[in-house]
Design a binder for this molecule. Structure first.
Ligand code: ADP
Ligand code: ZN
Length: 732
């Protein structure tokens, strides 16, 4: 093709782009991709979600003679795309099991006449004999395989029917194929090419880097509180919260609603009409937040999703990346927060019990990558891009938790060298766990059977823990001193870079993994203070302790006279930043606040500021009442205006305990009317007096109320009752 022709052809493409789709510029590789397919060459497109893959086959379909076939796995999306095409004046049709006999006949007639430009076909329809016969008689220009990663069993969305695609295309003639996917690890890429018999294909890989997204992983602890805290910054903005189960979706949607967010659930168990309405409401901004299982989002093209939260750990990094990819499509801010817990990983592994050995193993590998990602101290962006085979060399991306709050680094030169040597000496045929065993000198039958206990490297790394070695090897992978063996899952090899390193070792800075506790890393129970004492911020705790030591030293008094450890732990949990908040801490009265508070508060304020922490006091998690039997009973009895003493007696609890329960109910956001009882025990004047007190008080602390001189005539019980009335009327 002459230069001139090329220019002319490109003009045609541009004109079509404007005329049909209304866009004046191609994005990224679109034009080159389209030219490649128009040249009848096999084409492999790897492009992140939202970057504009569809146009890469839609536009050439309009230019070529004949029918372009699009194989797409989701019937629901097919209709969507076809509607969109038709709205643009393009004759696109689909062929799938939802068509009636007469619709099917019409499609086939139009196909034979040659008036259809794009024909979407579900893989299971493609394998039907009568459809193959029909397609054989049509004039086909090329075949597009959308969501091509479904071909690979190493991916996260394997569909066995996809395996037959190539064989069927073969029956239709020698047709160019364009395969497209938004998610493919190097292994999956290779698998796709092998399966479609297109190793010769030109690969168009766009950068997967989404520079406007911020990635963050937090331990799943007090997750509900953290969630609400996080979402307060996005009041009125659109976002998606993903959960793994329908039940969890309902629960979290309810939690958000109770806490004043405009949220709706979305999962496969809802009636289709409800699901559709919730989705439409979200698209039309009548609902800000969708709480969904992963079923939500495929084909959703809402540009201004400001955050994506994974409340539960996703099943794979592929899924995670696709789902987070729905944030910030307009190029503006997109926050991606994931709550991580070992328990979630264990749960997900259990789900797989009934699958075949091979499937179980594949899922396990995907899950393992998920944990590595969560626990790693390495830039999230670098890790994600590395996972999809892209190198990211920026030192600090400024767009992930690990870059913004880097973990302390240490020199890893020797460690990395040891890891590389272990890999070489075991002939690059083993995985991470085996390498760690060899390095740490673990003698077992497996190790001995390969005589790896006789290697020079055996036992060289006893000084470091198993976890440390695992972390070192994973970081050596991300830094590309080691690489995954693409043909053998789990096996690690030494890269060229790794060999060079051994020849001339240089400094490599490594960091320690995040340490997420495995115990108690569930969601919180908002009604109980954290049972696990380790819930506090250890760094802040350490700083508070040093400060206490310094003050104690200056004043020449024992540290515990200032504050005791449990009080410091609580400070390192709730981050009080005002005198009132500080006075709420157990063991800290107002007197102490005045005496010692100032320096502690300043330290916490600086700390909170530096680490972008929202103090917990600003977050009150209301839950719809915990439906424990006791609480339901109490609510029912109060509705029936039963005497409180009687309620306590019938449940065999003290009056104090009953008040505790009622306070829980009130503080979790349920209104209770106790007037019938209060009116009996307190006259109007007293009621007004106490009500007035709470209206003006700086805190709702009972202790503070009791200490107030104006309240000296009132008993604790009376104060509590009025606080309940006050909170119920004011706060709920
Ligand atoms: P993908 O399939 O890669 O997730 P889509 O094909 O759905 O992405 O495209 C995402 C959005 O980008 C769509 O709204 C599409 O109309 C738009 N788009 C595609 N190409 C262009 C372009 N060249 N200029 C402007 N918008 C485009
Ligand atoms: Zn980063």
């Amino acid at each position: 093709m002459s230069e001139n022709m090329l220019v002319q052809e490109k003009d045609i493409l541009k004109n079509k782009l404007k005329e049909v789709f209304g866009y004046s510029q191609f994005r990224g590789n679109q034009e080159a991709i389209i030219c490649n397919i128009l040249d009848k060459k096999n084409t492999f497109v790897i492009m992140p979600t939202g970057a504009g893959k569809s146009l890469c086959y839609q536009l050439p379909a309009l230019i070529t003679d004949g029918l372009a076939i699009v194989i797409s796995p989701l019937i629901a999306l097919m209709k969507n795309q076809v509607d969109q095409m038709n709205a643009l004046g393009i004759n696109a049709q689909f062929l799938n099991s939802t068509l009636t006999k007469s619709e099917m006949n019409r499609v086939k007639r139009e196909g034979l006449e040659g008036s259809i430009e794009l024909l979407y076909v579900a893989p299971e329809s493609l394998t039907k004999e009568e459809n193959i016969e029909f397609l054989k008689q049509t004039n086909i220009s090329f075949v597009a395989v959308d969501e091509a990663h479904c071909i690979s069993e190493w991916g996260h969305d394997f569909r066995p029917e996809y395996r037959r695609i190539k064989e069927i295309i073969g029956q239709l003639g020698d047709l160019p194929i364009i395969a497209l996917t938004a998610t493919a690890t190097p292994k999956v890429q290779l698998d796709i090419q092998k399966n479609l018999n297109m190793e010769d294909a030109h690969i168009f890989m766009s950068s997967f880097n989404r520079t406007n997204l911020f990635y963050e992983v937090r331990q799943k602890k007090h997750a509900k509180k953290q969630l609400i805290q996080f979402m307060k910054a996005f009041q009125g903005k659109g976002g998606i919260v993903y959960c793994l189960s329908r039940k969890k979706v309902e629960e979290i949607a309810e939690l958000l609603r109770v806490n004043g967010f405009n949220a709706a659930p979305y999962h496969a168990g809802l009636e289709a009409s409800v699901r559709e309405k919730n989705q439409d409401d979200f698209l039309n901004e009548d609902v800000d937040i969708i709480v969904a299982t992963i079923a939500f989002g495929m084909g959703i093209d809402k540009p201004d999703v400001r955050f994506v939260v994974h409340y539960d750990v996703p099943k794979s990094l592929e899924g995670y990346y696709q789902e987070t990819g729905r944030a910030g499509r307009d190029g503006l801010e997109g926050r991606c927060l994931m709550f991580y817990s070992h328990n979630d990983i264990n749960k997900l592994e259990k789900f797989n019990k009934d699958k075949s050995v091979q499937e179980r193993e594949n899922t396990r590998v995907l899950l393992q990558e998920m944990s590595y990602y969560a626990e790693s101290p390495v830039c999230r962006r670098k890790q994600l891009l590395h996972y999809f085979g892209e190198e990211f060399t920026v030192e600090n991306c400024d767009g992930c938790d690990n870059c913004v709050h880097p973990k302390e680094q240490f020199e890893g030169k020797e460690l990395v060298a040891t890891a590389i040597l272990a890999c070489l000496q075991t002939n690059q045929r083993f995985g991470l766990n085996h390498l760690v065993q060899v390095i740490r000198g673990v003698k077992n039958d497996y190790v001995s059977s390969y005589q790896h206990d006789e290697l020079e490297i055996f036992g060289k790394g006893l000084d470091e823990s198993e976890d440390m070695w695992k972390s070192v090897i994973r970081q050596a992978l991300i830094h590309e001193y080691l690489e995954k063996d693409i043909d053998n899952v789990g096996v690690l090899k030494v890269s060229e870079k790794g060999k060079d390193f051994l020849g001339a070792p240089h400094s490599v800075m490594l960091s320690k993994d995040h340490e997420y506790e495995s115990a108690g890393d569930e969601e919180e129970d908002s009604e109980r203070p954290p049972a696990n004492a380790k819930a506090y911020d250890e760094k802040l705790f350490g700083m508070l302790k040093s400060l206490r030591k310094k003050i104690a030293h200056d004043k020449n008094i024992p540290p515990y006279v200032i504050f005791q450890d449990p009080s410091l732990e609580e400070m390192a949990t709730t981050y009080p930043t005002t005198e009132q908040d500080l006075a709420q801490i157990n063991g800290v009265g107002l007197g102490k606040v005045k005496k010692f508070g100032k320096e502690f508060l300043q330290l916490i304020i600086d700390y909170v500021d530096e680490h972008d922490i929202v103090p917990a006091s600003e977050v009150v998690v209301k839950s719809s009442v915990n439906k424990s039997k006791m609480k339901i009973f109490i609510i029912q009895q109060i509705d029936r205006k039963i005497d409180l003493d009687e309620i306590a007696e019938s449940k065999g609890i003290g009056f104090d305990q009953l008040l505790d329960e009622i306070e829980h109910i009130i503080y979790s956001g349920t209104k209770l009317n106790l007037d019938y009882y209060i009116d009996e025990v307190l006259d109007d004047e007293k009621q007004e007096d106490l009500y007035e007190y709470f209206l003006n008080a700086e805190t709702d602390s009972i202790q503070t109320a009791l200490e107030d001189e104006d309240n000296e005539d009132y008993s604790e019980e009376e104060i509590r009752l009025m606080r309940i009335k006050f909170m119920s009327e004011y706060a709920n």
